[in-house]
Design a protein around this ligand. Structure first.
Ligand SMILES: Nc1ncnc2c1ncn2[C@@H]1O[C@H](COP(=O)(O)OP(=O)(O)O)[C@@H](O)[C@H]1O
Ligand SMILES: [Mg+2]
Length: 366
């Protein structure tokens, strides 16, 4: 009945660990902890993107496997339960490559699950994305199936908005015969973190304080928005392989390059908001309520601006539904581990574009 979900997202801020109880009619988050990645490891993992050596990737596969195992063990201790009561651990891993549209589509998450299974003594499920890729899907986003499980309501249409490093939406129509849909809208906090770190050396621009003192450069915003990703139809998913500092630099280069760094930040914040608003306007215009989760739900300025841009729609966070917004992604992988062990399918082909529903994840036992 008890599952642990482990997640380290594209922000690489922390290993998120959720202890979840699944009952017939309820899902309860019993404990949630975040174990921050130390700056050296964060930097090391970030540098894996691009042309790093296979040795370095494999080294971090083992380093992160150990960190994920420790996170699970610490969570068990913190929650005051015995390991025996845990059925399994679902570990997303750290994405180091996500190229779903490619001559040979691929996505790779590292953090060796053998180490997690061995060190914790618990059945571990990992490698959730690649069966969907094998089935012709994007392998992402996977959270919409869990959002549907938690929040679908036949009285009202909801959009679940996850603002992590990348932002994604899940549309949950009220009519039971219309399938859920969803996709990555584009950058969430990721570009904001990168640009802020470059200029201020800090991990994040808390409550967009720095961005708020800048002015949106309309020409640059237009340039950003012209990127073909934003206009492309779903299914679509993206990551740091595409939206990164090099992407910002190439866009600024085209715009002349004389824009104040703070104004670039204000423009990037606007880009995140614009993409979300456009996606909802285009794919879920009838939505009355948007439920926000992910680290971005803690950014008060981002939420306030989003509220303004979404007009009359109600904006709440998953906290209003009883779930810590930071925990939803880790909970997703606890749920997907359960689906795997129950031999139930985990993907939504309407979201990922896979040829059919498939069972996600591989099982590791020591
Ligand atoms: N108060 C805040 N103000 C601004 N940004 C915040 C705040 N709290 C969290 N964040 C952002 O949330 C990010 C972490 O979000 P998270 O959902 O963990 O993303 P991921 O799933 O990609 O790891 C941080 O890197 C930061 O950018
Ligand atoms: Mg995170």
């Amino acid at each position: 009945m008890l599952y642990i979900g482990l997640m380290s997202g594209t922000s690489m801020d922390a290993v998120d660990a959720a202890l979840v109880q699944f009952n017939q009619n309820s899902t309860q988050l019993l404990a949630y902890e975040e174990y921050p990645l130390d700056p050296g490891i964060r930097r090391g993992v970030r540098n894996l993107s691009g042309a790093s050596s296979i040795n370095e990737v494999c080294r971090y596969d083992a380093i992160l496997g150990n960190l994920f195992a420790e996170a699970a063990l610490n969570l068990i201790q913190k929650a005051g339960i015995t390991p025996d009561s845990i059925t399994a651990i679902g570990s997303h891993g750290q994405t180091v490559l996500h190229l779903p549209v490619h001559d040979y589509p691929v996505t790779i998450q590292i953090g060796d699950p053998n180490i997690i299974a061995y060190k914790t003594g618990k059945t571990t499920v990992a490698d959730f994305r690649r069966m969907d890729i094998a089935a012709g899907g994007q392998g992402a986003p996977l959270a919409p199936a869990f959002h549907e499980y938690l929040f679908r309501d036949n009285q009202r249409q909801y959009v679940i908005l996850n603002i992590g490093g990348i932002a994604n939406i899940t549309v949950l129509p009220a009519q039971p015969d219309i399938p859920a849909s969803g996709f990555d809208t584009g950058p969430g906090n990721g570009l904001l973190d990168d640009w802020n770190h470059l200029h201020n050396g800090t991990d994040m621009d808390k409550d967009s304080a720095w961005a708020s003192g800048g002015t949106v450069d309309q020409a640059l915003l237009k340039q950003f928005m012209a990127d073909p990703y934003f206009d492309a139809d779903p299914p679509k998913s993206t990551g740091r392989d595409y939206f990164n500092l090099a992407w910002i630099r190439s866009q600024i280069g085209r715009e002349g390059g004389n824009i104040e760094s703070r104004d670039v930040m204000a423009t990037l914040l606007n880009l995140t908001i614009n993409n979300i608003v456009t996606a909802i306007g285009r794919h879920a215009p009838d939505t009355q309520t948007v439920i926000v989760c992910g680290g971005g739900a803690r950014n008060r300025v981002l939420l306030a601006q989003l509220k303004l841009a979404l007009g009359g729609r109600q904006i709440i966070t998953t906290a209003d539904k009883g779930y810590n917004p930071d925990a939803i992604e880790a909970m997703t992988f606890a749920w997907l581990a359960k689906r795997r062990l129950d031999l139930k399918r985990g993907n939504l082909p309407t979201v990922t574009g896979a040829g059919k529903e498939v069972i996600l994840g591989a099982v590791y036992q020591s």
